[in-house]
Design a protein around this ligand. Structure first.
Ligand code: NAP
Length: 267
């Protein structure tokens, strides 16, 4: 592997994509060698309004980008439908994906894992790149050992496409590993308005709030007779995700396997 890390970003005009371009521009070891966008085929990044001055070509066809550009890494930041296709194609080209895009189904995740194994090509999928959020998930998993009753409330901006968030699902899965399973709430509980009690996950609930003003926030509330415990993480700026993106790029270079969740790369 060369010293410089050649990176393609999918979704460069998006809120996360722009931050990722800035990160790459500011990181000496990183080089942006191309972007995959929905438009602007044939243009350079620096020719697109609002994007940083980087002399890298834009492609609308992922296969064309992977064929024509010498890339080590794909940073995928689009949406679940197209992001899945980009990620699959990158693996098939031996390019290691770092995926921030959320909303992949379990079947899609399984398929990516299989392709990664077949291709012996590393991949990191991170529902949340913010280190504080990763710690919140870990602490939630610890607390679930002692508290069987829990609910998750995640809050995001109203342009988010998937619900619940990838972070909430990952937190729920981590809690599931340590919690003594029980079906919470009153057994005869009834919703007078459907959905009032949130989404069901292994006997506990996940609630999704979508409002302008939020970027990403999550509260995990544990309850027991006489006490509650609340773990909260807030991302107030998308830069909160970039140290995790940088970390994942460095780590995935050493991997020839599938990793889901940044916590699996942290000591
Ligand atoms: P966003 O602002 O909507 O950006 C998505 C970008 O993808 C848009 O520029 C969109 O273009 C572009 N796009 C759509 N179809 C495309 C295609 N076929 N090829 C290439 N680009 C395409 O969303 P965001 O807030 O940046 O978030 C991006 C993803 O990251 C979401 O899945 C979000 O949930 C996730 N996310 C993850 C983390 C994490 O820590 N893991 C944190 C925040 C967000 P148009 O504008 O033309 O539609």
């Amino acid at each position: 592997m060369t010293d410089r890390i050649n990176i393609i970003v999918a979704g460069p005009r998006g809120k996360m994509g722009i931050e990722a371009l800035q990160l790459i521009k500011e990181t000496e070891r990183f080089e942006l060698v191309g972007c995959i966008d929905r438009k602007n085929e044939g243009k350079l990044v620096e020719e697109v309004d609002g994007l940083p001055s980087i002399n890298a070509p834009i492609f609308t066809d992922a296969n064309k980008a992977f064929d024509q550009v010498n890339a080590d890494i794909l940073v995928e930041l689009t949406n679940p439908e197209v992001g899945f296709e980009h990620t699959k194609k990158a693996l098939l080209h031996g390019i290691r994906p770092v995926v921030g895009t959320s909303g992949f189904s379990s079947a899609q995740l399984e398929e990516l894992k299989e392709i990664s194994q077949e291709q012996k090509t590393g991949i990191v999928i991170a529902p949340n790149f913010a280190i504080g959020a990763v710690l919140m998930m870990r602490f939630s998993q610890m607390a679930a050992k002692y508290f069987d009753h829990v609910e998750i409330i995640e809050k995001h901006h109203d342009q988010k496409l998937d619900a619940p968030s990838g972070t909430a699902v990952k937190t729920a899965q981590m809690i599931q590993e340590t919690r003594n399973k029980s079906n919470q709430g009153h057994p005869e509980e009834q919703e007078t308005i459907p959905g009032a009690r949130g989404a069901e996950f292994d006997g506990f609930k996940i609630h999704s709030v979508r409002l302008p003003g939020y970027i990403a926030e999550q509260e995990v509330i544990f309850g027991q007779k006489g006490q509650t415990l609340k773990l909260t993480h807030s991302s107030t700026d998308r830069r909160s995700f970039m140290s995790g993106v940088e970390f994942a790029i460095e780590q995935v270079l050493e991997l020839d396997e599938y990793v889901y969740g940044l916590e699996n790369l942290m000591e």
